[in-house]
Design a protein around this ligand. Structure first.
Ligand code: MLT
Length: 258
């Protein structure tokens, strides 16, 4: 499926994959800052943003294949820097595991390599059913929104929360259910981490309750030579909550690439 995308800036390509159930505009601060030095491509993943929402289960492999189709459509045969936040990270891990030749560096943000526990997977499947039967994303927004942001964002940057709520609201129910089912079915990629042989940055918000820093650190330690950055005053959406510290970390990593 052909993804809608934002494509901005000169130079080496950096692809950024958004989290669930958001769209490319969560990368606004990165498109502006990193896009001044690099060509940032930020797709709307299957069912999200301006990309069509087919029915069915959105597996991480299929979503990664969509990204590959986009790179091919843009004639980007050289390996790219691939970054993903949370669900975007699950997709990035699928892509690099199956097509390592397309990735020259990896950025894993507020994400994890492990699969869902049975309880988490069951809760997701139940949420998918609820969203479909109520034809509304409100149950997902209610379950997620309060967990995404740090205390600092809530108290000092509340204006960053509403656009995220709106993004979640706009994502079609079909896509929300499809992605929930796809995430519930995703494989455990922990054993792939030791095989990653490109420079890798693991970045996490210090107050991320969904993929906490301790878990991100363990993931970074499993990837040979990975850099690890904790972003202060940020929760699960670190690049959006603290764009200046996140952009500094990302640009430092990009500048270090051969
Ligand atoms: C996301 O931000 O993409 C989600 O929190 C991922 C998840 O629910 O595992």
């Amino acid at each position: 499926m052909l993804l809608a995308f934002e494509d901005d800036g000169p130079g080496p390509v950096v692809v950024l994959l958004h989290g669930f159930p958001l769209n490319h505009s969560m990368w606004k601060a990165q498109l502006a800052k990193i896009g001044s030095l690099y060509r940032v491509i930020a797709p709307d993943l299957r069912g999200h943003g301006r990309t069509a929402a087919p029915t069915g289960i959105y597996t991480m492999d299929e979503m990664a294949d969509d990204v590959l189709d986009l790179l091919n459509a843009l004639q980007l045969k050289e390996p790219v820097v691939l970054g993903g936040l949370s669900m975007g990270g699950y997709i990035a891990l699928s892509l690099i595991a199956r097509h390592p030749e397309r990735v020259r560096a990896l950025m894993l943000m507020d994400t994890r390599a492990g699969a869902d526990s049975t309880a988490t997977a069951n809760a997701r499947l139940e949420l998918a059913n609820t969203v479909e039967s109520s034809r509304s994303n409100v149950p997902v927004i209610d379950a997620m929104l309060h967990k995404l942001f740090s205390e600092m964002t809530r108290s000092h940057h509340a204006d960053r929360i509403e656009p995220i709520r709106q993004m979640m609201e706009k994502t079609p129910v079909r896509a929300v259910a499809g992605a929930l089912r796809g995430m519930a079915a995703r494989p455990d990629r922990t054993s792939d981490l030791a095989r990653i042989n490109v420079p890798t940055l693991v970045l996490v918000g210090e107050d991320d309750p969904i993929t906490p820093p301790a878990e991100a650190r363990t993931m970074a330690e499993a990837i040979p030579g990975a850099q690890f950055e904790i972003i202060p005053n940020a929760g699960h959406l670190a690049p959006l909550e603290n764009p200046s510290a996140s952009n500094t970390a990302i640009l430092r990593f990009l500048a270090s690439l051969p």
